[in-house]
Design a protein. Structure first.
Length: 290
C-alpha cells in the first residue's frame, strides 16, 4: 500500500468526523437565508417565532464550527506529522539526498493542507451551489431552471481549468524539487533563473484561474438580472424576496470558490505520484483510534 493510502486509511476515522462536521456546519449556513426570511415575515406579523429559529440555527452553527476547528487542527497536524516522519525515515534509509527529502516533505504538507483546507472549501462550494439550487427551486422554479442551465458552461470552464492547471503544476513541482539543491550550491545566476522559472509557473496558474473566474462571472450576470426582475414583480412576500436573492448570491458565490479548489485539486495526482514513488510499500498499520 502506498504512503498516502496507508496514512489516509490510518486516519480515516478522524477524517470522517472532520468532514461530517463540515457538512453539518455548511447545512446551517445554507439555512440562514430561509431563517432570516422567516424572521422578517414573522416580525411583520408581530411574531417572534422566526427570530427564535434564526437564533437557534446561529447558536448551533457557532458550536459546531468551533468544535470542528479545534478537532481539525489536531487531526490534520497529526496526519502531517505521521506522514512526514515516515517519509523522512524511508528516504534516509534509501540514502536519498537531503534536498530531495526536504522537497518531498513540503509536498506532503501541501497534500495534508489540501485535505484540511480545500476539501472543506469544496464541501462549502457544493453546498453553496447545489444546496442553493435546491432552495431556488422551492422559492421560484423558473429561477431554479435558469440556474441549472448555468451549470453546464460553468462545468466546462472548470474542466478546462483542471486540465490546464494540472500540466502547470507538474512543471512547477519539477522545479520545486530542485530548490534546496539550488540554494545549497549558491550560484547567483542559477538561483535567479530557478526562482524566475518558478514564478513564471505561478503566474500561469494565476492567469488561468483569473480567466476562468471572469468567464463564470459573466455567465452569472444574466441569472442575477433575472432574479431581480422576478423578485420585484409583486408576487412574493418580503421574506421570500430576501431569501431568493440571498440564495442566488450564495449560488454565484459558490462558483467564485470553485476555481481555487479545482486548481489545488489538479495538483493532487502529481503530488501523490511523487510521494508514492519516493517510498516503498510497507505492511498495513493498525487503524488509529479517534
Amino acid at each position: 500500500m502506498s504512503l498516502v493510502s496507508r496514512h489516509l486509511r490510518r486516519h480515516r476515522a478522524r477524517l470522517t468526523i472532520s468532514y461530517s462536521l463540515t457538512v453539518v456546519e455548511n447545512l446551517f449556513e445554507l439555512l440562514y437565508p430561509f431563517a432570516v426570511g422567516l424572521s422578517v415575515n414573522g416580525l411583520l406579523d408581530d411574531s417572534w417565532s422566526g427570530v427564535a429559529v434564526l437564533v437557534a440555527i446561529t447558536l448551533a452553527h457557532i458550536a459546531v464550527g468551533a468544535g470542528r476547528q479545534v478537532f481539525d487542527t489536531r487531526s490534520f497536524n497529526r496526519l502531517y506529522a505521521d506522514m512526514a516522519s515516515e517519509l523522512v525515515e524511508s528516504q534516509r534509509r534509501d540514502s536519498v539526498e537531503t534536498s530531495s527529502v526536504a522537497a518531498r516533505t513540503v509536498l506532503a504538507g501541501d497534500y495534508v493542507e489540501f485535505l484540511e483546507v480545500d476539501v472543506g472549501a469544496a464541501i462549502a462550494a457544493a453546498f453553496a451551489v447545489f444546496g442553493s439550487l435546491l432552495m431556488l427551486f422551492l422559492y421560484d422554479p423558473l429561477i431554479g431552471v435558469a440556474a441549472s442551465v448555468l451549470l453546464v458552461p460553468v462545468a466546462l470552464v472548470n474542466l478546462w481549468l483542471l486540465r490546464r492547471s494540472g500540466r502547470i503544476h507538474r512543471d512547477a513541482n519539477d522545479v520545486s524539487e530542485q530548490e534546496v539543491s539550488v540554494i545549497e550550491r549558491g550560484r547567483a545566476v542559477e538561483t535567479r533563473r530557478h526562482f524566475r522559472v518558478l514564478a513564471g509557473h505561478w503566474n500561469r496558474l494565476s492567469d488561468t484561474e483569473a480567466i476562468s473566474w471572469v468567464l463564470v462571472e459573466l455567465l452569472a450576470v444574466g441569472l442575477v438580472v433575472l432574479t431581480l426582475v422576478r423578485a420585484t414583480d409583486g408576487g412574493s412576500d418580503i421574506g421570500a424576496i430576501f431569501a431568493t436573492i440571498a440564495y442566488v448570491w450564495f449560488y454565484t458565490a459558490g462558483f467564485d470558490a470553485v476555481p481555487a479548489v479545482v486548481q489545488r485539486m489538479s495538483n493532487l495526482p502529481d503530488i501523490r505520484r511523487r510521494l508514492d514513488l519516493a517510498t516503498s510499500a510497507q505492511p498495513n498499520d493498525p487503524t488509529d483510534e479517534v
